[in-house]
Write a protein that binds this ligand. Structure first.
Ligand code: SF4
Length: 330
């Protein structure tokens, strides 16, 4: 990961390895056990994205009912727009840096920064345009702030990549371009995974930290206790597809306290408990959808639940009425 300190990450992984040594991971909870319970999904025709299962804002799973049974989408918000823009910028910047290096047009870190600078502004505009449909509820001020953050993120990534390029050139002056790219933009990439063997979407996207077969998830909002579920989902899907163990996960929170982004990394062993909990969420979601059952509201609805405006207002009834076609809207 371009924005993480490799030494720090390696140190954390050493500790996690020790933790894994104590805990271990049960064979029956590996993704490759997709043909027997508990990993075997209730159905392979009803597939869920990792984010809709892992985003447990709603303890009763009414969000799943609203989305999958009534077809009600969570209203776009400044937070979702921010996530979409920053993820987009991160992916496109890494791709741009790789392309520039492979083109042979840049020979050192300084040239890389010079080449990336004008492209970064274009890339940010594109990312904002891509998320444009989400900005109807977002003030101009918030949009301008997001633009500044996205540009700061781009600059940070460019500087990190430039420094790594110079270090690589200084240490290995005769490296070929392939080798330089693998050092400058480390062996992590957004990987597409087919999660259908375990009841997940066919096109999951996950960051993979290759040397340790670890998965990573970039978060642009506040920390939530349910975030590690996403790591379990991606690990199970990767294990099912590749047949290799994925024991570790990182959640990377990005914030913008000033002109330079700051990162907080939480590291996890993806052990039995996390795997079991994720599988239980998947099975419960399947039950809610297949029975078309409204599970009702939980005792507490967090104000930050994306469906809060829907459950609080009348949008659910309106959507249901439209689908039924003959029930008057009150
Ligand atoms: S607002 Fe409450 S009931 Fe509705 S989805 Fe969110 S947590 Fe569930």
């Amino acid at each position: 990961m371009l924005f993480l300190d490799k030494l720090e990450l390696d140190r954390r992984l050493r500790l996690l390895r020790r933790e894994l040594g104590f805990k271990g991971v049960s064979e029956e909870l590996r993704g490759w056990s997709f043909d027997s319970p508990p990993v075997e999904p209730p159905s392979r025709s009803l597939l869920f994205s990792v984010s809709e299962l892992a985003g447990r804002y709603c303890a009763s799973m009414r969000d799943i009912y609203l989305k999958r049974v009534l077809g009600v989408k969570a209203p776009a918000s400044a937070k979702t727009a921010r996530g979409v823009v920053l993820h987009n910028v991160n992916r496109e910047m890494l791709l741009t840096i790789k392309k520039l290096l492979f083109s042979g047009d840049v020979q050192c870190g300084f040239e890389l920064i010079e080449a990336v600078a004008p492209l970064a502004a274009v890339l940010v505009e594109k990312a904002l345009l891509y998320a444009d449909h989400m900005f109807s509820e977002v003030s101009g001020e918030v949009k301008a702030k997001l633009k500044d953050e996205a540009l700061a993120f781009c600059k940070f990534l460019a500087v990190q990549a430039a420094a790594r390029l110079d270090q690589a050139l200084s240490k290995h002056p005769n490296s070929d371009v392939d080798s330089l790219v693998s050092i400058t933009v480390p062996p992590i990439a957004e990987r597409k995974i087919d999660g259908s063997l375990i009841g997940l979407s066919r096109e999951l996207s996950v960051d993979v930290y290759t040397p340790f077969n670890a998965v990573a998830d970039l978060k642009t909002g506040e920390e939530r206790e349910f975030h590690p579920y996403a790591l379990a989902g991606y690990a199970l899907a990767l294990e099912a597809e590749e047949g290799v163990p994925v024991d570790y996960g990182f959640i990377v929170y990005v914030k913008f306290p000033g002109p330079v982004p700051s990162f907080k990394v939480k590291c996890f062993v993806i052990g039995d408990e996390l795997r079991r909990e994720f599988i239980e969420i998947r099975d419960e979601a399947h039950e809610v959808v297949s029975a078309s059952r409204d599970p009702g509201k939980p005792l507490n609805c967090p104000s930050y639940c994306p469906y809060h405006p829907v459950c609080r207002g009348g949008s659910v009834e309106k959507t249901r009425d439209k689908r039924a076609g003959n029930i008057p809207v009150s």
